[in-house]
Write a protein that binds this ligand. Structure first.
Ligand code: KG4
Ligand code: ZN
Length: 361
Protein backbone atom coordinates (compact mmCIF):
# COMPACT_ATOMS: atom_id res chain seq x y z
CA UNK A 1 0.00 0.00 0.00
CA UNK A 2 1.48 3.36 -1.07
CA UNK A 3 0.51 6.62 0.65
CA UNK A 4 1.36 10.16 -0.50
CA UNK A 5 1.48 12.36 2.62
CA UNK A 6 1.54 16.13 3.18
CA UNK A 7 2.53 18.26 6.17
CA UNK A 8 2.13 22.05 6.07
CA UNK A 9 0.98 23.04 9.56
CA UNK A 10 3.65 25.68 10.23
CA UNK A 11 6.78 26.70 8.32
CA UNK A 12 7.86 23.39 6.83
CA UNK A 13 6.35 22.17 3.58
CA UNK A 14 6.84 18.42 3.55
CA UNK A 15 5.81 15.64 1.20
CA UNK A 16 6.52 11.95 1.62
CA UNK A 17 5.75 8.63 0.01
CA UNK A 18 5.47 5.67 2.36
CA UNK A 19 4.85 2.07 1.43
CA UNK A 20 3.31 0.31 4.40
CA UNK A 21 5.73 1.12 7.24
CA UNK A 22 8.63 1.98 4.93
CA UNK A 23 9.59 5.51 3.96
CA UNK A 24 10.30 5.71 0.22
CA UNK A 25 10.88 9.47 0.24
CA UNK A 26 10.69 12.35 2.69
CA UNK A 27 11.20 15.85 1.32
CA UNK A 28 11.14 18.78 3.75
CA UNK A 29 11.41 22.42 2.69
CA UNK A 30 12.03 24.81 5.57
CA UNK A 31 10.86 28.36 4.93
CA UNK A 32 13.97 30.40 5.65
CA UNK A 33 12.19 33.66 4.86
CA UNK A 34 10.77 33.94 8.41
CA UNK A 35 14.17 34.30 10.06
CA UNK A 36 14.38 37.94 9.02
CA UNK A 37 11.14 38.67 10.93
CA UNK A 38 12.21 36.81 14.09
CA UNK A 39 9.18 34.47 13.96
CA UNK A 40 6.77 32.76 11.61
CA UNK A 41 4.49 35.16 9.71
CA UNK A 42 1.29 33.14 9.04
CA UNK A 43 0.38 34.86 5.78
CA UNK A 44 3.85 34.37 4.33
CA UNK A 45 3.92 30.76 5.53
CA UNK A 46 0.67 29.94 3.72
CA UNK A 47 1.80 31.68 0.54
CA UNK A 48 5.15 29.87 0.55
CA UNK A 49 3.46 26.48 1.07
CA UNK A 50 1.29 27.26 -1.94
CA UNK A 51 4.31 28.16 -4.05
CA UNK A 52 6.19 24.99 -3.12
CA UNK A 53 3.82 22.13 -2.55
CA UNK A 54 3.37 21.05 -6.16
CA UNK A 55 7.11 21.02 -6.91
CA UNK A 56 7.86 19.17 -3.68
CA UNK A 57 5.19 16.59 -4.54
CA UNK A 58 6.88 15.97 -7.87
CA UNK A 59 10.25 15.66 -6.12
CA UNK A 60 8.88 13.28 -3.52
CA UNK A 61 7.26 11.00 -6.10
CA UNK A 62 10.45 11.03 -8.18
CA UNK A 63 12.64 10.22 -5.18
CA UNK A 64 10.29 7.34 -4.32
CA UNK A 65 10.39 6.16 -7.93
CA UNK A 66 6.60 6.19 -7.83
CA UNK A 67 3.94 7.55 -10.19
CA UNK A 68 0.85 9.24 -8.77
CA UNK A 69 -1.13 6.43 -10.42
CA UNK A 70 0.51 3.94 -8.05
CA UNK A 71 -0.69 5.84 -4.96
CA UNK A 72 -3.47 4.17 -2.95
CA UNK A 73 -4.19 6.83 -0.33
CA UNK A 74 -3.45 10.45 0.47
CA UNK A 75 -2.71 11.62 4.01
CA UNK A 76 -2.60 15.20 5.24
CA UNK A 77 -2.16 17.15 8.47
CA UNK A 78 -5.48 18.87 9.21
CA UNK A 79 -4.84 20.22 12.75
CA UNK A 80 -3.44 21.81 14.86
CA UNK A 81 -1.40 24.54 13.18
CA UNK A 82 -1.62 27.83 11.35
CA UNK A 83 -4.99 27.83 9.65
CA UNK A 84 -3.84 29.27 6.32
CA UNK A 85 -0.95 26.80 6.17
CA UNK A 86 -3.16 23.83 7.02
CA UNK A 87 -5.61 24.88 4.31
CA UNK A 88 -2.88 24.77 1.65
CA UNK A 89 -1.94 21.17 2.45
CA UNK A 90 -5.48 19.93 2.93
CA UNK A 91 -6.84 21.59 -0.18
CA UNK A 92 -3.92 20.40 -2.27
CA UNK A 93 -4.68 16.87 -1.07
CA UNK A 94 -8.36 17.41 -1.90
CA UNK A 95 -7.47 18.51 -5.42
CA UNK A 96 -5.44 15.33 -5.94
CA UNK A 97 -8.19 13.29 -4.34
CA UNK A 98 -10.74 14.59 -6.82
CA UNK A 99 -8.48 14.28 -9.84
CA UNK A 100 -7.13 10.81 -9.04
CA UNK A 101 -10.09 9.46 -7.08
CA UNK A 102 -8.01 8.78 -3.96
CA UNK A 103 -9.27 8.58 -0.38
CA UNK A 104 -7.71 11.00 2.14
CA UNK A 105 -6.67 10.18 5.70
CA UNK A 106 -6.69 13.35 7.88
CA UNK A 107 -3.96 13.27 10.52
CA UNK A 108 -3.47 15.30 13.69
CA UNK A 109 0.00 16.86 13.72
CA UNK A 110 0.70 16.06 17.37
CA UNK A 111 -0.34 12.45 16.85
CA UNK A 112 2.11 12.38 13.95
CA UNK A 113 4.93 13.41 16.31
CA UNK A 114 3.59 11.16 19.05
CA UNK A 115 4.13 8.02 16.99
CA UNK A 116 7.25 9.12 15.13
CA UNK A 117 9.43 7.13 17.54
CA UNK A 118 7.86 4.04 15.92
CA UNK A 119 8.82 5.26 12.46
CA UNK A 120 12.32 3.84 12.51
CA UNK A 121 12.00 1.23 15.25
CA UNK A 122 9.42 -1.47 14.69
CA UNK A 123 10.56 -3.31 17.81
CA UNK A 124 8.85 -0.75 20.04
CA UNK A 125 6.10 -2.16 22.22
CA UNK A 126 3.10 -0.40 23.70
CA UNK A 127 2.47 0.93 26.27
CA UNK A 128 5.01 3.69 26.02
CA UNK A 129 5.60 7.19 27.35
CA UNK A 130 5.93 9.78 24.60
CA UNK A 131 7.32 13.27 25.14
CA UNK A 132 6.28 15.57 22.30
CA UNK A 133 8.39 18.66 22.49
CA UNK A 134 8.33 21.27 19.74
CA UNK A 135 7.99 24.98 19.04
CA UNK A 136 4.27 24.89 19.77
CA UNK A 137 3.80 21.90 22.09
CA UNK A 138 5.28 20.27 25.16
CA UNK A 139 3.26 17.30 26.39
CA UNK A 140 3.71 13.87 27.90
CA UNK A 141 1.44 11.05 26.71
CA UNK A 142 0.80 7.53 27.91
CA UNK A 143 0.33 5.63 24.67
CA UNK A 144 -1.56 2.32 24.65
CA UNK A 145 -1.88 1.67 20.89
CA UNK A 146 -2.08 3.48 17.54
CA UNK A 147 -5.55 4.75 18.36
CA UNK A 148 -5.53 4.93 22.14
CA UNK A 149 -3.49 7.30 24.25
CA UNK A 150 -3.96 9.69 27.15
CA UNK A 151 -2.35 13.02 27.82
CA UNK A 152 -0.65 13.08 31.22
CA UNK A 153 0.50 16.69 31.22
CA UNK A 154 1.39 19.73 29.12
CA UNK A 155 3.00 23.10 29.42
CA UNK A 156 0.81 25.61 31.19
CA UNK A 157 2.44 28.52 29.30
CA UNK A 158 5.28 28.45 26.75
CA UNK A 159 6.36 25.35 24.83
CA UNK A 160 9.98 24.26 25.37
CA UNK A 161 10.88 25.15 21.76
CA UNK A 162 9.35 28.57 22.27
CA UNK A 163 11.55 29.01 25.37
CA UNK A 164 14.64 27.99 23.38
CA UNK A 165 13.72 30.38 20.56
CA UNK A 166 12.87 33.34 22.81
CA UNK A 167 16.03 32.98 24.87
CA UNK A 168 18.05 32.61 21.68
CA UNK A 169 16.48 35.80 20.35
CA UNK A 170 17.44 37.73 23.51
CA UNK A 171 20.99 36.48 22.96
CA UNK A 172 20.97 37.85 19.42
CA UNK A 173 20.77 34.47 17.66
CA UNK A 174 18.76 34.15 14.42
CA UNK A 175 15.25 32.61 14.47
CA UNK A 176 14.55 29.78 15.12
CA UNK A 177 17.41 29.75 17.62
CA UNK A 178 16.98 26.34 19.30
CA UNK A 179 19.50 24.49 17.16
CA UNK A 180 22.04 27.35 17.27
CA UNK A 181 21.72 27.61 21.06
CA UNK A 182 22.34 23.85 21.28
CA UNK A 183 25.47 24.25 19.14
CA UNK A 184 26.92 27.09 21.24
CA UNK A 185 26.04 25.33 24.51
CA UNK A 186 28.49 22.56 23.59
CA UNK A 187 31.33 25.04 24.22
CA UNK A 188 29.86 26.48 27.43
CA UNK A 189 29.80 25.71 31.15
CA UNK A 190 26.25 24.74 32.15
CA UNK A 191 27.00 25.27 35.86
CA UNK A 192 28.16 28.87 35.45
CA UNK A 193 24.69 30.42 35.82
CA UNK A 194 21.75 29.06 37.75
CA UNK A 195 18.40 29.45 36.01
CA UNK A 196 15.09 28.18 37.50
CA UNK A 197 13.74 24.68 36.83
CA UNK A 198 10.05 25.55 37.24
CA UNK A 199 7.69 22.81 38.43
CA UNK A 200 10.48 20.20 38.46
CA UNK A 201 9.24 18.86 41.81
CA UNK A 202 5.50 19.22 41.20
CA UNK A 203 3.56 15.96 41.47
CA UNK A 204 1.87 16.35 38.08
CA UNK A 205 3.34 16.07 34.57
CA UNK A 206 2.87 19.69 33.61
CA UNK A 207 5.58 22.14 32.59
CA UNK A 208 6.12 25.88 32.78
CA UNK A 209 8.83 27.71 30.84
CA UNK A 210 7.75 31.34 30.93
CA UNK A 211 9.47 31.95 34.30
CA UNK A 212 12.78 30.78 32.86
CA UNK A 213 12.42 33.16 29.93
CA UNK A 214 11.74 36.07 32.31
CA UNK A 215 14.59 35.05 34.56
CA UNK A 216 17.04 35.04 31.62
CA UNK A 217 15.74 38.47 30.55
CA UNK A 218 16.26 40.00 34.04
CA UNK A 219 19.70 38.40 34.22
CA UNK A 220 20.74 39.86 30.86
CA UNK A 221 19.43 43.27 31.85
CA UNK A 222 21.19 43.25 35.22
CA UNK A 223 24.53 41.80 34.13
CA UNK A 224 24.95 43.15 30.61
CA UNK A 225 22.34 45.90 30.21
CA UNK A 226 21.04 43.75 27.30
CA UNK A 227 24.04 44.80 25.20
CA UNK A 228 24.96 42.12 22.66
CA UNK A 229 28.68 42.89 22.68
CA UNK A 230 28.81 42.47 26.48
CA UNK A 231 26.68 39.31 26.39
CA UNK A 232 29.07 37.85 23.80
CA UNK A 233 31.83 37.19 26.34
CA UNK A 234 29.57 34.77 28.28
CA UNK A 235 27.37 33.65 25.39
CA UNK A 236 28.30 29.96 25.38
CA UNK A 237 27.93 29.67 29.17
CA UNK A 238 24.52 31.37 29.13
CA UNK A 239 23.40 29.02 26.33
CA UNK A 240 24.64 25.96 28.23
CA UNK A 241 23.05 27.06 31.52
CA UNK A 242 19.66 27.94 30.00
CA UNK A 243 19.63 24.75 27.93
CA UNK A 244 20.32 22.61 30.98
CA UNK A 245 17.47 24.30 32.89
CA UNK A 246 15.01 23.33 30.12
CA UNK A 247 16.39 19.83 29.62
CA UNK A 248 16.47 18.99 33.36
CA UNK A 249 12.73 19.54 33.64
CA UNK A 250 11.89 17.65 30.43
CA UNK A 251 13.99 14.65 31.46
CA UNK A 252 12.84 14.59 35.08
CA UNK A 253 9.11 14.65 34.22
CA UNK A 254 9.43 12.07 31.45
CA UNK A 255 11.33 9.61 33.64
CA UNK A 256 8.84 10.22 36.48
CA UNK A 257 5.93 9.38 34.15
CA UNK A 258 7.50 6.13 32.99
CA UNK A 259 8.27 5.06 36.57
CA UNK A 260 4.83 6.06 37.88
CA UNK A 261 3.07 4.09 35.12
CA UNK A 262 5.63 1.28 35.11
CA UNK A 263 6.33 1.71 31.39
CA UNK A 264 9.50 0.27 29.88
CA UNK A 265 9.73 2.42 26.73
CA UNK A 266 10.10 6.16 26.16
CA UNK A 267 9.98 7.97 22.83
CA UNK A 268 10.70 11.64 22.33
CA UNK A 269 9.80 13.61 19.24
CA UNK A 270 9.13 17.10 17.88
CA UNK A 271 11.78 19.66 16.90
CA UNK A 272 13.32 19.99 20.39
CA UNK A 273 14.05 16.26 20.51
CA UNK A 274 16.89 17.09 18.11
CA UNK A 275 18.57 18.76 21.12
CA UNK A 276 21.85 17.01 21.90
CA UNK A 277 21.71 17.42 25.69
CA UNK A 278 18.11 16.21 25.86
CA UNK A 279 18.99 13.13 23.82
CA UNK A 280 22.06 12.31 25.90
CA UNK A 281 20.50 12.96 29.30
CA UNK A 282 17.26 11.10 28.75
CA UNK A 283 19.13 8.02 27.53
CA UNK A 284 21.51 8.16 30.49
CA UNK A 285 18.73 8.55 33.10
CA UNK A 286 16.47 5.95 31.48
CA UNK A 287 19.30 3.41 31.30
CA UNK A 288 19.62 3.58 35.08
CA UNK A 289 16.05 2.28 35.31
CA UNK A 290 16.37 -0.21 32.42
CA UNK A 291 14.00 1.86 30.32
CA UNK A 292 14.47 1.81 26.54
CA UNK A 293 14.54 5.20 24.76
CA UNK A 294 13.78 5.60 21.06
CA UNK A 295 14.41 8.94 19.38
CA UNK A 296 13.94 9.40 15.63
CA UNK A 297 16.78 10.76 13.47
CA UNK A 298 16.66 14.54 13.56
CA UNK A 299 15.06 14.56 10.06
CA UNK A 300 12.04 12.88 11.61
CA UNK A 301 12.09 14.96 14.83
CA UNK A 302 11.30 18.18 13.02
CA UNK A 303 8.07 18.57 11.08
CA UNK A 304 7.98 16.05 8.25
CA UNK A 305 5.39 14.22 6.16
CA UNK A 306 6.82 10.72 6.66
CA UNK A 307 5.34 10.66 10.17
CA UNK A 308 1.97 11.68 8.68
CA UNK A 309 2.06 8.91 6.06
CA UNK A 310 3.28 6.34 8.59
CA UNK A 311 0.44 7.12 11.01
CA UNK A 312 -2.07 7.12 8.14
CA UNK A 313 -0.96 3.58 7.33
CA UNK A 314 -1.54 2.55 10.95
CA UNK A 315 -4.97 4.22 10.92
CA UNK A 316 -5.92 2.43 7.71
CA UNK A 317 -4.91 -0.80 9.38
CA UNK A 318 -7.33 0.21 12.14
CA UNK A 319 -10.05 1.00 9.54
CA UNK A 320 -10.10 4.75 9.97
CA UNK A 321 -10.09 5.95 6.39
CA UNK A 322 -12.43 8.81 5.54
CA UNK A 323 -14.00 10.42 2.52
CA UNK A 324 -12.59 13.62 0.95
CA UNK A 325 -15.67 15.53 2.15
CA UNK A 326 -14.79 14.81 5.76
CA UNK A 327 -11.38 16.46 5.58
CA UNK A 328 -11.89 19.85 7.18
CA UNK A 329 -9.53 22.18 8.94
CA UNK A 330 -10.92 22.85 12.39
CA UNK A 331 -13.05 25.98 12.81
CA UNK A 332 -12.91 26.85 9.15
CA UNK A 333 -15.79 26.92 6.73
CA UNK A 334 -14.89 24.38 4.15
CA UNK A 335 -13.96 26.14 0.91
CA UNK A 336 -16.01 25.44 -2.18
CA UNK A 337 -15.11 22.11 -3.58
CA UNK A 338 -14.48 22.57 -7.23
CA UNK A 339 -14.22 19.79 -9.75
CA UNK A 340 -12.04 22.25 -11.57
CA UNK A 341 -9.50 22.39 -8.73
CA UNK A 342 -6.56 21.52 -10.93
CA UNK A 343 -5.28 24.99 -11.70
CA UNK A 344 -2.26 24.39 -9.40
CA UNK A 345 -1.01 22.11 -12.11
CA UNK A 346 -0.70 24.91 -14.64
CA UNK A 347 1.56 27.10 -12.52
CA UNK A 348 5.33 26.93 -12.40
CA UNK A 349 7.01 26.92 -9.03
CA UNK A 350 10.33 27.90 -7.62
CA UNK A 351 11.52 26.46 -4.31
CA UNK A 352 15.05 27.80 -4.43
CA UNK A 353 14.66 30.18 -1.47
CA UNK A 354 14.12 27.30 0.93
CA UNK A 355 16.30 24.71 2.52
CA UNK A 356 15.32 21.34 1.11
CA UNK A 357 16.28 18.06 2.74
CA UNK A 358 15.60 14.70 1.20
CA UNK A 359 15.85 11.69 3.43
CA UNK A 360 15.10 8.05 3.06
CA UNK A 361 14.80 5.43 5.78
O1 KG4 B 1 8.48 20.20 15.53
P1 KG4 B 1 9.02 21.46 14.95
O2 KG4 B 1 9.86 21.36 13.70
O3 KG4 B 1 7.88 22.49 14.64
C1 KG4 B 1 6.80 22.67 15.49
O4 KG4 B 1 5.81 21.91 15.37
O5 KG4 B 1 6.94 23.57 16.35
O6 KG4 B 1 9.86 22.20 16.14
C2 KG4 B 1 10.52 23.41 15.95
C3 KG4 B 1 11.17 23.79 17.25
C4 KG4 B 1 11.75 25.21 17.23
O7 KG4 B 1 11.37 25.86 18.42
C5 KG4 B 1 13.26 24.96 17.21
O8 KG4 B 1 14.03 25.99 17.79
C6 KG4 B 1 13.36 23.71 18.03
O9 KG4 B 1 12.26 22.92 17.58
N1 KG4 B 1 14.63 22.99 17.81
C7 KG4 B 1 15.55 22.82 18.78
C8 KG4 B 1 16.64 22.13 18.19
N2 KG4 B 1 16.34 21.91 16.87
C9 KG4 B 1 15.09 22.44 16.66
N3 KG4 B 1 15.55 23.19 20.07
C10 KG4 B 1 16.64 22.86 20.80
N4 KG4 B 1 17.71 22.21 20.30
C11 KG4 B 1 17.75 21.82 19.01
N5 KG4 B 1 18.83 21.16 18.54
ZN1 ZN C 1 5.70 19.83 14.90
Amino acid sequence: MKILAFESSCDETAVSVVENENILSSIVSTQLIHSKYGGVIPEIAARTHLQNIFKLTQMSLKEANTSINEIDYLAVTTSPGLVGSLLVGSNFAKGLSIKYNLPIIPINHIEGHLYSGNLQDNTINFPLISLVVSGGHTSIFLVHSYNQYEILGSTIDDAAGEAFDKIAKMLGLPYPGGAKLDELAKFGDSKKFNFPRSMIHSKDYNFSFSGLKTSVRYFLQKEYNMEQNKIKSDLNDICASAQEAIVDVLVSKTIKASLDFNVQTITISGGVSANSLLRANIIEKANKHNIKVTIPDSNYCIDNAAMIGFLAFQKICEFKKVNVNEVTVENIIEPNKSKNGTNFFDLSFNVSSNHIRATRK
